[in-house]
Design a protein around this ligand. Structure first.
Ligand SMILES: [Zn+2]
Length: 311
Protein backbone atom coordinates (compact mmCIF):
# COMPACT_ATOMS: atom_id res chain seq x y z
CA UNK A 1 0.00 0.00 0.00
CA UNK A 2 1.39 3.37 -0.89
CA UNK A 3 0.52 6.65 -2.47
CA UNK A 4 0.17 6.65 -6.25
CA UNK A 5 3.35 7.31 -8.08
CA UNK A 6 3.87 10.29 -10.33
CA UNK A 7 7.04 9.24 -12.12
CA UNK A 8 7.13 6.71 -14.93
CA UNK A 9 9.88 4.27 -15.77
CA UNK A 10 10.12 1.41 -18.24
CA UNK A 11 8.14 -1.65 -17.06
CA UNK A 12 10.36 -4.67 -16.51
CA UNK A 13 10.59 -7.12 -19.42
CA UNK A 14 10.74 -10.93 -19.16
CA UNK A 15 14.56 -11.07 -18.91
CA UNK A 16 14.75 -8.65 -16.02
CA UNK A 17 11.94 -10.48 -14.24
CA UNK A 18 13.73 -13.80 -14.76
CA UNK A 19 16.93 -12.35 -13.32
CA UNK A 20 14.93 -11.19 -10.29
CA UNK A 21 13.45 -14.67 -9.89
CA UNK A 22 16.88 -16.32 -10.07
CA UNK A 23 18.12 -14.02 -7.32
CA UNK A 24 15.47 -15.13 -4.83
CA UNK A 25 16.57 -17.49 -2.07
CA UNK A 26 14.66 -20.03 -0.04
CA UNK A 27 14.49 -18.66 3.50
CA UNK A 28 12.03 -21.01 5.21
CA UNK A 29 10.17 -24.23 4.54
CA UNK A 30 6.56 -24.39 3.34
CA UNK A 31 6.69 -28.11 4.03
CA UNK A 32 7.83 -27.78 7.64
CA UNK A 33 5.83 -24.68 8.55
CA UNK A 34 2.58 -25.37 6.72
CA UNK A 35 2.22 -28.87 5.25
CA UNK A 36 3.33 -30.64 8.42
CA UNK A 37 0.82 -28.65 10.49
CA UNK A 38 -1.95 -29.32 7.95
CA UNK A 39 -1.20 -33.02 7.96
CA UNK A 40 -1.42 -33.12 11.75
CA UNK A 41 -4.91 -31.57 11.74
CA UNK A 42 -7.74 -33.93 12.52
CA UNK A 43 -10.76 -31.70 12.19
CA UNK A 44 -14.03 -33.48 12.59
CA UNK A 45 -16.51 -32.46 9.93
CA UNK A 46 -13.83 -30.94 7.68
CA UNK A 47 -12.06 -32.19 4.62
CA UNK A 48 -8.70 -31.14 3.26
CA UNK A 49 -8.47 -30.81 -0.51
CA UNK A 50 -5.51 -30.17 -2.72
CA UNK A 51 -6.84 -27.67 -5.24
CA UNK A 52 -3.72 -27.44 -7.35
CA UNK A 53 0.04 -26.97 -7.29
CA UNK A 54 2.37 -24.27 -8.52
CA UNK A 55 3.72 -25.22 -11.96
CA UNK A 56 7.12 -23.99 -10.84
CA UNK A 57 7.50 -27.13 -8.71
CA UNK A 58 4.26 -29.12 -8.25
CA UNK A 59 5.90 -31.61 -5.87
CA UNK A 60 7.10 -28.90 -3.58
CA UNK A 61 4.19 -26.50 -3.80
CA UNK A 62 0.85 -28.30 -3.60
CA UNK A 63 -1.88 -25.95 -2.33
CA UNK A 64 -4.68 -26.93 0.05
CA UNK A 65 -8.05 -25.73 1.22
CA UNK A 66 -10.03 -27.04 4.18
CA UNK A 67 -13.78 -26.93 4.19
CA UNK A 68 -16.77 -28.19 6.06
CA UNK A 69 -17.63 -31.47 4.39
CA UNK A 70 -21.41 -31.13 4.53
CA UNK A 71 -22.30 -27.44 4.22
CA UNK A 72 -25.75 -26.51 5.51
CA UNK A 73 -28.07 -24.13 3.66
CA UNK A 74 -29.14 -22.62 6.96
CA UNK A 75 -25.62 -21.48 7.90
CA UNK A 76 -23.65 -18.58 6.43
CA UNK A 77 -20.62 -19.56 4.37
CA UNK A 78 -17.38 -17.85 5.38
CA UNK A 79 -14.05 -17.78 3.58
CA UNK A 80 -10.74 -17.27 5.40
CA UNK A 81 -7.57 -16.79 3.36
CA UNK A 82 -3.95 -16.63 4.50
CA UNK A 83 -0.71 -16.19 2.62
CA UNK A 84 -2.11 -14.42 -0.44
CA UNK A 85 1.04 -12.41 0.20
CA UNK A 86 3.48 -15.15 1.16
CA UNK A 87 5.85 -12.95 3.15
CA UNK A 88 3.12 -11.90 5.57
CA UNK A 89 3.84 -14.58 8.12
CA UNK A 90 0.95 -14.13 10.53
CA UNK A 91 -1.53 -14.43 7.67
CA UNK A 92 -0.38 -18.02 7.18
CA UNK A 93 0.26 -18.86 10.83
CA UNK A 94 -2.92 -17.11 11.94
CA UNK A 95 -4.98 -19.19 9.52
CA UNK A 96 -3.28 -22.38 10.75
CA UNK A 97 -3.81 -21.40 14.38
CA UNK A 98 -7.47 -20.69 13.69
CA UNK A 99 -7.84 -24.13 12.12
CA UNK A 100 -6.06 -25.86 15.00
CA UNK A 101 -7.85 -24.12 17.84
CA UNK A 102 -11.21 -22.81 16.67
CA UNK A 103 -12.44 -24.17 13.35
CA UNK A 104 -14.47 -27.07 14.72
CA UNK A 105 -16.25 -24.82 17.26
CA UNK A 106 -17.24 -22.29 14.62
CA UNK A 107 -18.29 -25.01 12.20
CA UNK A 108 -21.41 -25.34 14.38
CA UNK A 109 -22.43 -21.92 13.04
CA UNK A 110 -20.73 -21.51 9.66
CA UNK A 111 -19.81 -23.36 6.51
CA UNK A 112 -16.10 -22.54 6.72
CA UNK A 113 -13.67 -22.65 3.80
CA UNK A 114 -10.05 -21.90 4.74
CA UNK A 115 -7.00 -21.43 2.50
CA UNK A 116 -4.02 -21.35 4.88
CA UNK A 117 -1.29 -20.45 2.38
CA UNK A 118 -2.26 -19.25 -1.09
CA UNK A 119 1.29 -18.35 -2.20
CA UNK A 120 3.73 -21.03 -1.01
CA UNK A 121 6.76 -20.03 -3.12
CA UNK A 122 6.41 -16.47 -1.87
CA UNK A 123 6.17 -17.85 1.68
CA UNK A 124 9.46 -19.74 1.27
CA UNK A 125 11.33 -16.90 -0.37
CA UNK A 126 9.65 -14.23 1.79
CA UNK A 127 8.26 -12.28 -1.13
CA UNK A 128 5.27 -10.12 -1.90
CA UNK A 129 5.28 -11.07 -5.58
CA UNK A 130 5.05 -14.52 -7.10
CA UNK A 131 7.71 -16.28 -9.24
CA UNK A 132 6.71 -14.30 -12.35
CA UNK A 133 6.59 -11.05 -10.37
CA UNK A 134 2.82 -10.85 -10.22
CA UNK A 135 1.08 -9.60 -7.07
CA UNK A 136 -1.51 -12.29 -6.25
CA UNK A 137 -3.58 -9.72 -4.36
CA UNK A 138 -4.24 -7.75 -7.55
CA UNK A 139 -4.94 -10.74 -9.81
CA UNK A 140 -8.25 -12.08 -8.49
CA UNK A 141 -9.97 -11.25 -11.76
CA UNK A 142 -10.77 -12.77 -15.13
CA UNK A 143 -7.49 -13.09 -17.06
CA UNK A 144 -5.60 -12.71 -13.78
CA UNK A 145 -1.91 -13.39 -14.31
CA UNK A 146 -1.02 -14.91 -10.92
CA UNK A 147 -1.39 -18.68 -10.86
CA UNK A 148 -1.87 -18.61 -7.08
CA UNK A 149 -5.02 -16.49 -7.40
CA UNK A 150 -6.29 -18.36 -10.45
CA UNK A 151 -6.16 -21.68 -8.59
CA UNK A 152 -8.17 -20.25 -5.70
CA UNK A 153 -10.78 -18.83 -8.07
CA UNK A 154 -11.12 -22.12 -9.93
CA UNK A 155 -11.57 -24.03 -6.70
CA UNK A 156 -14.17 -21.58 -5.39
CA UNK A 157 -16.09 -21.72 -8.66
CA UNK A 158 -16.16 -25.51 -8.40
CA UNK A 159 -17.67 -25.40 -4.90
CA UNK A 160 -20.77 -23.74 -6.27
CA UNK A 161 -21.38 -21.99 -2.93
CA UNK A 162 -22.40 -18.39 -2.28
CA UNK A 163 -20.00 -16.74 0.17
CA UNK A 164 -21.46 -14.52 2.86
CA UNK A 165 -18.29 -13.45 4.69
CA UNK A 166 -14.59 -13.27 3.93
CA UNK A 167 -11.58 -12.35 6.06
CA UNK A 168 -8.26 -12.15 4.20
CA UNK A 169 -5.25 -12.14 6.53
CA UNK A 170 -2.37 -9.77 5.76
CA UNK A 171 0.45 -7.76 7.30
CA UNK A 172 2.00 -4.39 6.62
CA UNK A 173 5.73 -4.71 7.33
CA UNK A 174 8.85 -2.55 7.34
CA UNK A 175 10.05 -4.64 4.38
CA UNK A 176 7.28 -2.95 2.36
CA UNK A 177 9.80 -0.10 2.01
CA UNK A 178 11.72 -2.51 -0.25
CA UNK A 179 8.88 -4.56 -1.74
CA UNK A 180 6.58 -1.72 -2.80
CA UNK A 181 9.22 0.33 -4.67
CA UNK A 182 10.30 -2.94 -6.33
CA UNK A 183 6.72 -3.75 -7.36
CA UNK A 184 6.14 -0.21 -8.64
CA UNK A 185 9.40 -0.26 -10.57
CA UNK A 186 8.46 -3.58 -12.18
CA UNK A 187 5.22 -1.96 -13.31
CA UNK A 188 7.07 1.06 -14.70
CA UNK A 189 6.18 3.40 -11.82
CA UNK A 190 8.44 5.30 -9.47
CA UNK A 191 8.01 5.04 -5.70
CA UNK A 192 10.56 5.98 -3.09
CA UNK A 193 10.97 4.05 0.13
CA UNK A 194 10.36 7.21 2.17
CA UNK A 195 6.90 7.56 0.60
CA UNK A 196 5.71 4.11 1.71
CA UNK A 197 3.21 4.62 4.54
CA UNK A 198 3.61 2.06 7.33
CA UNK A 199 1.18 2.69 10.18
CA UNK A 200 2.22 1.51 13.65
CA UNK A 201 -0.45 -0.98 14.56
CA UNK A 202 -3.17 -3.22 13.24
CA UNK A 203 -5.67 -1.81 10.76
CA UNK A 204 -8.52 -3.17 8.74
CA UNK A 205 -9.43 -2.57 5.11
CA UNK A 206 -13.02 -2.86 3.96
CA UNK A 207 -14.48 -2.40 0.51
CA UNK A 208 -15.42 1.11 -0.45
CA UNK A 209 -19.18 1.61 -0.13
CA UNK A 210 -19.62 -1.15 2.47
CA UNK A 211 -19.30 0.35 5.95
CA UNK A 212 -20.56 -1.93 8.73
CA UNK A 213 -19.81 0.02 11.88
CA UNK A 214 -20.95 -2.56 14.45
CA UNK A 215 -19.22 -5.50 12.79
CA UNK A 216 -16.04 -3.50 12.31
CA UNK A 217 -16.13 -2.39 15.95
CA UNK A 218 -16.48 -6.00 17.02
CA UNK A 219 -13.45 -7.01 14.94
CA UNK A 220 -11.28 -4.10 16.11
CA UNK A 221 -12.30 -4.44 19.77
CA UNK A 222 -11.38 -8.10 19.58
CA UNK A 223 -7.99 -7.08 18.14
CA UNK A 224 -7.47 -4.43 20.85
CA UNK A 225 -7.68 -7.13 23.51
CA UNK A 226 -4.48 -8.61 22.03
CA UNK A 227 -2.54 -5.86 20.26
CA UNK A 228 -2.67 -2.16 19.42
CA UNK A 229 -4.62 -0.60 16.58
CA UNK A 230 -3.01 1.96 14.24
CA UNK A 231 -3.68 5.65 14.77
CA UNK A 232 -4.38 7.82 11.75
CA UNK A 233 -1.75 10.39 10.76
CA UNK A 234 -2.15 14.12 11.44
CA UNK A 235 -4.47 14.40 8.44
CA UNK A 236 -6.74 11.60 9.74
CA UNK A 237 -5.45 9.17 7.14
CA UNK A 238 -4.09 5.65 6.90
CA UNK A 239 -2.36 4.96 3.56
CA UNK A 240 -3.63 8.29 2.26
CA UNK A 241 -7.22 7.24 2.88
CA UNK A 242 -9.44 8.95 5.45
CA UNK A 243 -10.23 6.56 8.29
CA UNK A 244 -13.86 5.57 8.88
CA UNK A 245 -13.15 4.89 12.55
CA UNK A 246 -9.84 4.31 14.33
CA UNK A 247 -7.94 1.59 12.49
CA UNK A 248 -10.50 1.29 9.69
CA UNK A 249 -10.38 2.37 6.04
CA UNK A 250 -12.64 1.49 3.12
CA UNK A 251 -11.01 1.46 -0.27
CA UNK A 252 -11.39 0.00 -3.73
CA UNK A 253 -8.55 -2.31 -4.77
CA UNK A 254 -9.22 -3.90 -8.18
CA UNK A 255 -8.38 -7.62 -8.29
CA UNK A 256 -7.86 -7.96 -4.57
CA UNK A 257 -8.67 -11.12 -2.67
CA UNK A 258 -11.46 -9.66 -0.54
CA UNK A 259 -13.39 -8.99 -3.73
CA UNK A 260 -13.17 -12.58 -5.00
CA UNK A 261 -16.70 -13.39 -3.79
CA UNK A 262 -19.90 -11.39 -3.22
CA UNK A 263 -19.23 -11.38 0.54
CA UNK A 264 -18.76 -7.59 0.75
CA UNK A 265 -22.38 -7.10 -0.28
CA UNK A 266 -23.63 -9.80 2.10
CA UNK A 267 -22.14 -10.09 5.62
CA UNK A 268 -18.81 -8.40 4.86
CA UNK A 269 -15.34 -8.85 3.32
CA UNK A 270 -12.22 -7.50 4.98
CA UNK A 271 -8.44 -7.44 4.67
CA UNK A 272 -6.56 -7.49 7.98
CA UNK A 273 -3.22 -5.67 8.25
CA UNK A 274 -1.05 -6.64 11.22
CA UNK A 275 2.20 -4.72 11.86
CA UNK A 276 4.86 -7.13 13.14
CA UNK A 277 7.69 -4.56 13.22
CA UNK A 278 6.17 -2.21 15.79
CA UNK A 279 8.67 -0.56 18.17
CA UNK A 280 6.28 -1.71 20.90
CA UNK A 281 7.40 -5.30 20.26
CA UNK A 282 11.06 -4.51 20.90
CA UNK A 283 12.61 -6.90 23.37
CA UNK A 284 10.37 -9.76 22.27
CA UNK A 285 11.85 -12.74 20.44
CA UNK A 286 10.87 -13.39 16.84
CA UNK A 287 8.80 -16.37 17.98
CA UNK A 288 6.97 -14.21 20.52
CA UNK A 289 6.20 -11.56 17.92
CA UNK A 290 4.97 -14.20 15.46
CA UNK A 291 2.70 -15.63 18.13
CA UNK A 292 1.32 -12.23 19.09
CA UNK A 293 0.66 -11.40 15.42
CA UNK A 294 -1.04 -14.74 14.80
CA UNK A 295 -3.11 -14.30 17.97
CA UNK A 296 -4.18 -10.89 16.68
CA UNK A 297 -5.24 -12.31 13.31
CA UNK A 298 -7.25 -15.02 15.06
CA UNK A 299 -8.83 -12.42 17.37
CA UNK A 300 -9.96 -10.39 14.37
CA UNK A 301 -11.50 -13.41 12.64
CA UNK A 302 -13.27 -14.39 15.85
CA UNK A 303 -14.50 -10.81 16.32
CA UNK A 304 -16.27 -11.12 12.99
CA UNK A 305 -17.58 -14.66 13.51
CA UNK A 306 -18.84 -13.91 17.04
CA UNK A 307 -20.64 -10.83 15.74
CA UNK A 308 -22.26 -12.82 12.94
CA UNK A 309 -23.42 -15.47 15.40
CA UNK A 310 -25.16 -12.82 17.52
CA UNK A 311 -26.68 -10.77 14.68
ZN1 LIG B 1 -0.66 -8.27 2.01
Amino acid sequence: MARPSTGTLTPWGPEKKLRWFLNQKIQRSYHDDVLVRLKALRLEGFQTEQYGALTLDPEKFPVYALRVTAPSRSKPTVLITGGVHGYETSGVKGALQFLENHATDYAAHFNLVVFPCVSPWSYETVNRLDPIMENPNREFKAEGKAEESRLVMQYLAGLNQEFDGHIDLHETTDSDRVFLPEEYSKNGLALEAKDVDIPDGFYLIGQKGFVRAELEKSMLDSVRAVSHVAKANAQGMILDNPITTEGMIHIEIPGCSMGVTQAASRLGAYTTEMYPDSPRFQGMTQAQVEKLCSDTQVACVRGALDFWIKH
